[in-house]
Design a protein around this ligand. Structure first.
Ligand code: SAM
Length: 182
């Protein structure tokens, strides 16, 4: 998996990205053209966090997994590989990134990963209804503008038995917290 990550991280292919998250600042969204490899190097979790994600899903075997912020699909690959039999939905605002992630999933033979494209503000409610039960949620705090409110509440209120991992990548410091265990 790390080889796959490195291959994507060294890609010089330009991607036209749409960002509804922190990158958009005060605007509703922002667009820019950026090399795929740079996106991975800047936005994806470190190798140790990726390994942790893999170990968590391998150990707890969550059946229903939700990820907010697919980007190039790096964390999705580790999460899904820990429990290949899980049902996984990963959500992404940028259709071009989602398409690249989908190609990577196919290359690695990872099936049963649905990518929902669009702004979480418009897609999350229906996705949660569709999932009914969520056993594991992953998002990076830089994904949403005010992560402790709104989106996280919708996810957390869904049910009580939830493994919920939050990565905090503010001010260059990384910490992780697990707030509930199945
Ligand atoms: C930190 S990156 C995710 C990194 C990814 N998990 C990985 O392993 O590479 C956050 C992603 O969330 C997406 N995003 C942020 N806010 C969003 C929103 N409101 N709706 C849809 N996508 C959003 C961005 O487009 C970006 O690709």
């Amino acid at each position: 998996m790390w080889e796959q990550r490195n291959e994507i991280a060294s890609s010089t292919n330009p991607v036209e990205t749409v960002d509804f998250g922190v990158g958009a600042g005060k605007k509703a969204y922002s667009t820019k053209i950026i090399k795929l490899g740079k996106i991975v190097r800047l936005r994806s979790p470190s190798r140790s966090v990726l390994k942790l994600l893999y170990r968590i899903t391998k150990y707890y075997k969550p059946e229903n997994i939700l990820e907010l912020g697919t980007s190039a699909g790096i964390s999705s690959i580790y999460i899904k590989s820990g429990n290949p039999l899980s049902n996984m939905i990963t959500m992404e605002g940028c259709a071009n990134l989602a398409s690249g992630a989908n190609d990577s999933f196919s290359k690695l033979g990872l099936s049963n990963i649905d990518i929902i494209i669009g702004n979480f503000d418009n897609t999350l409610e229906d996705t949660l209804k569709k999932m009914k039960k969520v056993d594991f949620v992953f998002l990076m705090e830089i994904t949403v503008k005010n992560p402790r409110l709104g989106i996280l509440n919708s996810v957390y209120n869904l049910q009580t038995k939830i493994v919920y991992l939050l990565l905090t990548i503010f001010t260059g410091r990384l910490e992780w917290r697990m707030l509930g265990i199945v």
